[in-house]
Design a binder for this molecule. Structure first.
Ligand SMILES: CSC[C@H]1O[C@@H](n2cnc3c(O)ncnc32)[C@H](O)[C@@H]1O
Ligand SMILES: [Zn+2]
Length: 442
């Protein structure tokens, strides 16, 4: 390869870099070599300086970093619509856990994660943080789809189709960590489900192992007021205080939901460097509340964005989630400048990468980082004219305007055609699962 031979050059009308200075470049080219961004320069100069057999010209598009869905349960796509309009604990205990107990298997997770991967690619996500059973099956589906994932291995006090109890779950998690240690696409972490399903002893083991193996931990925390009332009634302590006592609050922890927080707890989260994952649509649909995002941001907390699973959201659309997050922040603070478009895009990209400890590699479009990026066609009646492309993405565009996706410079979607996944087969499998599951309910 000559000095200026590239694997891929993408010219775009706008490039939202999400770098520290938040630059939006106009009429620039992004040059990819060996999966990484080798150059970012004005299109006219790129034509003189760089050569490539693969040149993509996107004259009406905004190029952004691939979106990072910082919390989901991918395989739950197969349970989308199985139980709606219910509060969290009824939804979980009366519908979701019984269905999972009956149907979740390696094949369910593989098929469900493929279905989710197709939806995620088609809506601009390139990395997702998953917390679900049989992570080896999720990893296989992820790698075949060409996405990146951080897979948080489940841990609960009670048996599930995947394991008999904490010792089992911990062994499965460390086995997965061994297996995937050398693959840069897959990161494995611990996913203790929630304070109300995991007791102190296994949580202490998680902490010791996570520190020893230097891996992240993800947990649903303070999702509802009921969770806190129950804990206070049983132990006299709020769950966050308990987690702090156990030493779990740290930059290693991604605390998901956090809808119930006192000012003192916000200070504690900030001081410990704990990351918060905001899942506004799931929280709204389950009527759980919402994280006080503006207060968290003002306290200096890194807030990432997640969809949660498709059984509570009911989609994995990070563009829609970003819009909901922005509107909600404005609505609850009564401040129109709360969570501006550029900040919510950062929340959906770089902040997620940071929470996962992957921001040296992904989350922004900067020279040296992985070429994980997506293109959004703004030349539609719904998004013209364009004064501010990032505002247009957040406030007006929809996920079907995502036309291209690359992970490490590899194209996963070209003009809305998936290149790694068989859509017809994924659809057929999803319909078969629906028949099996609905048939068993009769
Ligand atoms: C330990 S595997 C994941 C486990 O979590 C369940 N789940 C999905 N969404 C939520 C949520 O919003 N709060 C709590 N638990 C949730 C999922 O069904 C699996 O059982
Ligand atoms: Zn969740």
């Amino acid at each position: 390869m000559s000095d200026h031979q590239a694997d891929l050059i993408v010219h775009a009308r706008w490039i939202a870099t999400v770098s520290a200075d938040n630059t939006v470049l106009e009429n620039h080219a992004l040059v990819v070599r060996d999966g990484r961004i080798a150059d970012l320069l004005p299109s006219a100069l790129a034509d003189e300086k760089w050569h490539s057999d693969e040149i993509v010209r996107l004259d009406d598009h905004l190029l952004t970093p691939g979106l990072v869905n910082a919390h989901t349960h991918a395989a739950m796509n197969l349970l989308r619509g199985i139980a709606d309009d219910l509060p969290l604990m009824t939804w979980l205990e009366k519908h979701i856990w019984p269905a999972e107990g009956q149907f979740v298997s390696e094949q369910f997770v593989y098929d469900g994660t493929k279905l989710a991967a197709a939806e995620m690619i088609r809506s601009g996500t390139t990395t997702f943080a998953d917390m679900y059973f049989f992570p080896a099956s999720a990893a296989k589906a992820t790698v075949e789809a060409g996405l990146r994932a951080s897979l948080f291995c489940p841990l609960l006090d009670f048996p599930t189709p995947m394991g008999a109890g904490p010792e089992d779950y911990l062994r499965l998690a460390t086995d997965a960590m061994d297996e995937w240690r050398h693959d840069p696409r897959i990161q494995i972490g611990f996913g203790p489900h929630a304070p109300y399903t995991v007791s102190d002893a296994p949580l202490q083991k998680v902490l010791t192992l996570a520190e020893e193996l230097d891996v992240p931990v993800m947990m649903h925390v303070h999702e509802t007021a009921g969770e806190i009332q129950m804990a206070v009634g049983n132990t006299g302590e709020r769950p966050l205080t308990r987690l702090q006592g156990l030493g779990l609050l740290s930059p290693r922890l991604l605390a998901v939901h956090m809808t119930q927080l006192t000012d003192e707890e916000i200070t504690l989260v900030a001081e410990t460097g704990t990351h918060v994952v905001h899942c506004p649509e799931s929280n709204l649909k389950l009527a759980s509340g919402f994280a006080p995002v503006e207060k968290l941001r003002q306290a200096g907390i890194n807030v990432a964005l997640g969809t949660d699973g498709a059984a509570s959201n009911n989609d994995l659309d990070m563009i829609g989630e970003a819009r909901t997050a922005a509107f909600l922040a404005k609505g609850v603070s009564l401040e129109a400048d709360a969570l501006p478009a550029a900040d919510v895009l950062k929340m959906a990209t770089l902040n997620g990468a940071k929470a996962l400890g992957r921001d040296e590699d992904i989350g922004s479009l900067e020279i040296g980082k992985q070429a994980d990026m997506v293109a959004i066609d703004l030349n539609r009646l719904e998004t013209q004219p364009v004064y501010d492309p990032v505002a247009q993405l957040v406030y007006a565009a929809t996920r079907d305007q995502v036309t291209h996706s690359w992970v490490g410079g590899r194209c996963l979607m070209n003009h809305r055609q998936l290149t790694t996944l068989n859509e017809a087969l994924i659809l057929k499998n999803a319909q078969q699962w629906q028949q099996t599951i609905a048939g068993a309910e009769k």
